[in-house]
Structure formats: C-alpha cells, structure tokens
Write a protein that binds this ligand. Structure first.
Ligand code: ZN
Length: 270
C-alpha cells in the first residue's frame, strides 16, 4: 500500500547545529538519512520546526536545501526570557517570515509545566509571534502545556488566526475548546504509550478533518520503538496505532491528515 503521510512537526535539522550542541543532539542521525528513511515509510512531507532564532534560521536553510521539507519559525516558551531585551534578535526573527519554504510561525505558546521562563515573558513572546503570523497570514504551531486557561483569552484577542495545538495530550474538555476555533489537533507517539485512558478518548474524538500527525522527532518515539531516537519515519507507527484505535482504514487516515496539512500550511510540492 502506498501511503502519503506528513510529519507536521519535527526537529531533525538540529543535528546540523554548528555550536552549543548537547550530547543528545550530537547523536542525532544525519537528517538527510532520516528523510530517505521517511520516504521509504511513506512519509513524504516534513515540517522542521524552530525553537529559537538561531534554530529557526537553521530550519529555514535546511528546508530550502531539501525537497520534501518545509520550515516553521518559532521561539519556544522555554526560551522567551532570552529575547526580552533583544530587539535585534526579534527583528532578525521577523525577517524570516517572508523566506521561501516558511509555512508557519511556531512552536510558540505557554508552558506552565516547567515554567523555564516567567509567565509574563512567555506571554510577551507569544504575542509577538501571534502578531507576526497575523501580519503575514501564516498559520501557527502551538505548544501549550498546563496553560490552556491563559492561552485561549490571548488567542481570541487576535482576528483570523489559524493553527495547530501540537503534541495534544489533554482530554475531551480541552479538545472542545480547540474545536470551537480554527485550530487543528496534532497527535504524536505519546498516544502509543500513554497510560491515561482520557488522552486516548480525546484522540478518538478528534474529527478526522481536524487531525494532523507529527513526531516531535528526536523526542517521543512511539511504542514499540521506545529507547531509540525518534525520526519522521515513525509517523507511520503512530498512524497505524491511531487508525486501529479510531477504527478507520489506515489509508483514509493518511489521506485525510495529509490533506489537512496541505490545507493548513499550504504545502506545495517542492
Ligand atoms: Zn517540538
């Protein structure tokens, strides 16, 4: 069966970072090999997602070099404090929005689980990115952890925003809030190993026309491959798991999630 799956959220470009690489990043596979393995598994579209200004530059360069790859530019809520007094870095970041292959802004959002940056800093950097996306008509990739109550009132202040809640792992209550807006739900390997029935109930309840698949590679490797580094090819395992859990034919799930990704991110073959 020929499938056409899309990994709407990965960080494989980080293996190419020249400096400040953590030991984990040093062990990442060559991203060009990851792309080939993904193609062999039927995953033929990938979005590389930035988490800092430098990392976003890298994602854009990588996407411009590689077929099958697009980029999203983002400042992760963990990194917000770093940019509070750095207007030049933010200016450089904003200029990336018009580069070729850039299809989204994010990952951005609020993370109150770790709160690596103070809440006020997170909000300011989130608003900066909401305004950038609005100005350029780009969709957003959101990271929201334990922070939906603060997130939605901010989101609702802006007109015409579209996007995805990436790595969704909350319950049907949070899902209902998403479905009221022009926002998609991104599911990844967490679903294959979660022990929380409420997370799976929510995953089953996502309407097919609002569902996106992702890996968050190199993190969140799906079962039964826990312990190995996650790569875009693993979207297939998550797709198989979800097709089974949602009682949908795999091909239908693949086709729908890929056309959802094409619609949200306006992916054109490159
Ligand atoms: Zn991510």
């Amino acid at each position: 069966m020929t499938l056409h799956l899309t990994d709407t959220h990965c960080h494989i470009h980080e293996a190419l970072a020249p400096v400040n690489m953590s030991d984990q990043m040093r062990r990442l596979p060559d991203p060009r090999h990851s792309i080939q393995d993904a193609l062999d598994a039927g995953v033929d579209r990938m979005i590389c997602v930035g988490t800092t200004v430098e990392d976003s530059v890298l994602a854009v360069q990588f996407a411009q070099d590689q077929p099958h790859v697009w980029a999203s530019i983002g400042i992760h809520p963990h990194e917000a404090s770093k940019y509070m007094d750095n207007p030049l870095a933010l200016q450089k970041f904003a200029a990336l929005a018009t580069q070729s292959q850039v299809v989204a802004v994010g990952e951005c959002g609020l993370d109150y689980f770790y709160t690596h940056s103070p809440k006020g800093d997170q909000e300011r950097i989130l608003r900066f990115q909401l305004e950038l996306a609005q100005k350029h008509g780009l969709p957003l990739i959101f990271h929201v952890r334990d922070a939906f109550d603060d997130f939605w009132p901010i989101f609702d202040e802006y007109q015409g925003l579209r996007g995805v809640i990436h790595s969704f792992s909350a319950t049907e209550k949070e899902l209902a809030q998403i479905l009221k807006r022009d926002v998609y739900v991104g599911l990844n390997g967490i679903m294959t190993f979660t022990k929380k029935p409420a997370q799976l109930d929510a995953a089953r309840a996502v309407p097919l026309d609002r569902l996106l698949l992702e890996t968050d590679a190199p993190f969140l490797t799906p079962a039964p491959y826990r312990g190995s580094i996650c790569e875009p090819k693993h979207v297939r395992v998550t797709a198989e798991f979800l097709a089974n859990a949602r009682r949908e034919p795999l091909e239908q799930l693949a086709d729908a999630t890929t056309s959802n990704a094409e619609r949200l991110f306006k992916l054109k073959d490159n």
